[in-house]
Design a protein around this ligand. Structure first.
Ligand SMILES: [Zn+2]
Length: 231
């Protein structure tokens, strides 16, 4: 090999970007060792473990720690459930099996809005809403879907529960997060939603065009208007 060829080869080697190798030192460890490491890290930092599992699918396959999957915060998928379509299948499956509330929320959003499997979707959202550490957006959506499907008392119960345990600004924040989560998903405006809006119409003295001010007679109605027309 000439000096010129050697220099060219060295340049090629150096130019190779980091992270393009098929395996990392962590991948080279036996699966039960990776599982133990992830389990220990998972006890102290759920955010770190979540990032780790979302970044490297191979590591996700190695982990069998029930507590990790049960409590994993899948923030990236929570913000954008569409990312889970065709991706992170193993990770989502393990989290769903271990009743992870964020995974239930993500699956609920996808089933209800993306696949139009409304029964399965509501089932997953209810699980996320009724979990010991519930997902606020799931409580909001379960309430809205019930309200807009004519199940007024059930819907009000969820929304009022959220309001009681938080405050109006958290409820508003929930709606903003839901709009982000539903971004890119085509939403059907169902006739039953419109029918429910008519049925929930507040009395004349409530200005239905004033979305900022609400009273107890028009609060739920105005949330429904946002859900039906502003998604
Ligand atoms: Zn009012």
């Amino acid at each position: 090999m000439t000096g010129k060829q050697r220099a060219s080869k060295l340049r090629q080697h150096q130019a190779k970007p980091l992270g393009t190798e098929n395996s990392t030192p962590l991948d080279a460890l036996p699966r039960d060792v990776i599982s133990k490491i992830i389990g220990i890290v998972g006890q102290t930092s759920r955010a770190d473990i979540s990032n780790c599992l979302l970044t490297c699918k191979e590591i996700g396959k190695s982990v069998d720690d029930v507590q990790v999957f049960k409590r994993l915060e899948l923030q990236m998928l929570q913000r954008q459930p569409l990312l889970a379509v065709g991706n992170y299948t193993d990770l989502m499956m393990k989290c769903l099996i271990h009743a992870n509330p964020t995974a239930h929320y993500v699956q609920g959003v996808l089933e209800y809005f993306y696949y139009d499997n409304t029964i399965a979707g509501l089932h997953f959202l209810e699980k996320a809403a009724n979990a010991p550490s519930p997902i606020n957006e799931a409580i909001y959506l379960t309430g809205m879907i019930n309200l807009c499907s004519g199940e007024f008392e059930i819907g009000k119960k969820y929304i009022d529960h959220l309001l009681r345990n938080t405050n109006e600004s958290v409820v508003e924040e929930c709606w903003e997060k839901i709009k982000t989560a539903l971004h890119g998903i085509g939403i059907l405006r169902k006739q039953e939603y419109i029918n429910s809006l008519w049925a929930m119409m507040p009395p004349y003295m409530c200005n239905i065009n004033d979305m900022q001010n609400t009273c107890e007679k028009c609060f739920h109605y105005k949330l429904m208007v946002k859900f039906v027309f502003m998604m």
